[in-house]
Design a binder for this molecule. Structure first.
Ligand SMILES: NC(=O)c1ccc[n+]([C@@H]2O[C@H](COP(=O)([O-])OP(=O)(O)OC[C@H]3O[C@@H](n4cnc5c(N)ncnc54)[C@H](O)[C@@H]3O)[C@@H](O)[C@H]2O)c1
Length: 341
């Protein structure tokens, strides 16, 4: 089978994309763009056969490249996605795919009009703990779900105080963090929230230039009357972790720093089964692998479904931010990509 020629923009987490393309039998890493020249020596040493370009256009305008990974700062994703579509490249983008509603609408329209496909790195779906929780739900071990909580506990405040997150024109902790928890919930429930009400504050992160909230909480309402609480907690004094609680009429799942538990009794220590599965580094690239395999095998239905999921989770994240901004309940229209009070 012919290999897909790939390029990567941004070599932070993008280095993982580069490693994957460089090693996978169906991909070839041909170009990298990294605007921090202090990283060039290391990149050239690691990938001597790869062209390190001086401008992103050398990637977009290269007709031999079929797939571009966008792992730049959040504020560049939208314009790079639009360029990739213009030059007919498939896109694997880091979350969040964009920062504003009008951008999301344009991305959706442009991808649907084009022949290209797009995926996003929702790595938690490939985390073994979260996969186990999916299995507990699917096998009806928690019964009928009525409430869930998903907490993105960043635990890396210094990255906002000193790094690019605190410097770019607009950074959203919801789009940058909670979106992973939103994605998990949509995956677990196979149902979309109809409305959102949220709140936020900035009481911990010291960087005065950082004007956004460092904590946001959104309450998502579903037609089935399920309720979900999602938080993005960038100032928390904990190690980085993702916490989940799923409450059903037959059982409860709790996952946090200490591992996971499935509880099927209202009595202490009865019917508690613990689970603690590790995820290896290889699995962290699975989302890219699935995308490449789907492209090669022309699994169009899967690619379209994946793209819809990406758009939907971004729209929920935007609804949380809009509800905070206007202090109003926001209703989500997925067909029109609209958020209404
Ligand atoms: N899916 C995940 O779990 C996950 C994890 C970490 C980061 N991310 C996302 O990845 C993106 C990058 O974050 P990071 O943690 O790798 O940051 P980082 O600072 O570690 O690395 C980013 C690198 O990209 C370079 N860069 C940024 N914008 C660029 C541009 N326009 N052109 C060329 N080079 C550019 C920077 O110089 C830097 O070397 C962010 O959007 C972030 O939200 C996703």
């Amino acid at each position: 089978m012919k290999k897909i020629n790939c390029a990567v923009i941004g070599m932070g987490v993008g280095a993982r994309h580069a490693d994957f393309y460089d090693n996978y039998k169906f991909t070839k890493l041909v170009k990298i763009f990294e605007f921090d020249k202090s990283k060039w020596k290391k990149i050239k040493k690691k990938y001597p056969q790869v062209e390190l370009v001086k401008n992103e256009n050398e990637i977009f305008q290269d007709q031999n490249i079929n797939l571009v990974s966008l792992a730049s700062y959040d504020n560049y994703h939208n314009s790079q996605i639009m360029k990739a579509i213009k030059f007919k490249k498939n896109i694997f983008v880091e979350k969040p795919i964009c920062l504003f509603l009008k951008e999301l609408r344009k991305i959706k329209q442009a991808v649907e009009k084009s022949k290209i496909n797009m995926s996003c790195n929702f790595v938690l779906r490939e985390n073994n703990q979260f996969k186990k929780i999916k299995e507990h739900i699917k096998k009806k071990r928690v019964g009928k779900i009525y409430f869930a909580e998903g907490d993105y506990n960043y635990g890396r405040a210094e990255k906002v105080e000193k790094g690019w997150r605190g410097k770019i024109p607009y950074y959203s902790v919801t789009h940058g963090g909670a979106i992973h928890m939103i994605d998990l919930i949509l995956w677990y429930f196979n149902e979309l929230p109809t409305s959102v009400i949220s709140s936020g504050n900035k009481l911990v992160i010291k960087n005065k230039k950082f004007k956004s909230n460092d904590f946001t909480v959104g309450i998502l309402n579903f037609k089935s009357r399920k309720i979900v609480k999602i938080t993005s907690n960038f100032g928390c004094v904990t190690p980085h972790h993702h916490a989940l609680k799923i409450f059903g009429d037959k059982g409860t799942v709790i996952h946090d720093l200490r591992g996971g538990m499935l509880i099927n009794s209202r009595h202490m220590k009865k019917k508690i089964s613990k689970f603690n599965f590790k995820t290896n580094n290889m699995q962290k690239a699975n989302f890219i692998k699935f995308f490449v395999d789907d492209l090669l095998n022309k699994r169009n239905k899967k690619l379209e479904e994946n793209f819809r999921n990406i758009i939907n989770s971004m729209l929920v994240s935007l609804a949380i931010e809009k509800s905070i901004k206007y202090n109003k309940k926001i209703f989500i229209n997925y067909k029109k990509i609209a958020l209404n009070e």
